[in-house]
Design a protein. Structure first.
Length: 263
């Protein structure tokens, strides 16, 4: 299937590893030029070089902290300067620290909001004018299954990613007539560094073997296994495509059936 992404320009946040890198790889494989950003410059440049060599598309790497509005502005400025425009924006952030409510003070809440909400808002604000002018654009936010079914011990993520969902759903209505779609993708338990960290924390808290959390998660998932980053990336690429032009305002899970709600 030709997704119509050849020649498009995509900005993928937090794309040096994990879900962000898988998305960058998928979009590049479909022919989209990329701006990749992450905090770790070494890991980012390595990922960008691999994708460049494997696909032949233009790949621009920008090391930046998106919790800082100046960092987001620098990424956006570089994207326009190097690629001319941003047709597809994929927002993605690492999860805030786990723990129950009593363990998180005001500083932790402020950091979570800056990392997981304001970074999304700032990037969206930066690309919308160009998308409206061209009357075509895709904004895709990687959130979490926690926005539909809260995950224990993740009160920061449950709360702030829900705010992203509200923002995106409202924005989708505001820009739909401009040919811009806004959707969220909700990863379930997926094999990433974040999941490994959660498994270690769970094992330490319960005094169990580090493999046991994976066994418990597999038991909760109807498909009986953890997801792989490329499985989520395939959906993101479709939502970024011309084929998905009538899909907007949605939050779609990639979770092996973990969410049990009807809608």
């Amino acid at each position: 299937m030709d997704l119509g992404l050849k020649g498009k320009s995509a900005l993928v946040a937090a794309s040096s590893r994990g879900l962000g890198r898988a998305v960058a790889e998928e979009l590049a494989a479909e022919g989209a030029d990329l701006v990749m950003c992450a905090r770790s410059e070494d890991a980012l440049r390595e990922a960008a070089q691999v994708i460049r060599e494997q696909t032949g598309v233009r790949v621009v790497a920008v090391a930046a902290d998106l919790t800082d509005p100046a960092g987001a502005a620098r990424v956006l400025d570089t994207a326009v300067r190097e690629l001319g425009r941003v047709d597809v924006l994929v927002t993605n952030t690492g999860g805030p620290p786990p723990g129950p409510f009593e363990t998180h003070g005001p500083e932790a809440w402020d950091a979570a909001v800056r990392q997981n909400l304001f970074s999304v808002v700032n990037l969206a604000r930066g690309v919308l004018a160009g998308m409206k002018q061209r009357r075509w654009g895709r904004i895709i936010n990687i959130t979490s299954i926690a926005v539909k079914q809260p995950v224990d011990d993740l009160i920061l993520s449950n709360s702030v990613r829900a705010a992203v969902t509200g923002f995106a759903r409202t924005l989708a209505n505001e820009v739909a007539a401009d040919g811009i779609t806004v959707n969220n993708v909700m990863p379930g338990y997926t094999r990433t560094d974040r999941l490994e960290a959660l498994a270690r924390r769970t094992a330490e808290r319960k005094g169990i073997d580090p493999a046991h959390p994976y066994d418990a998660w597999n038991d909760e998932i109807p498909m009986g296994r953890i997801g792989e980053p490329h499985e989520l990336a395939a959906l993101v690429a479709f939502l970024a495509s011309e084929r998905a032009s009538y899909i907007t305002g949605n939050s779609i899970s990639v979770d092996g059936g973990w969410i049990r709600s009807l809608l």
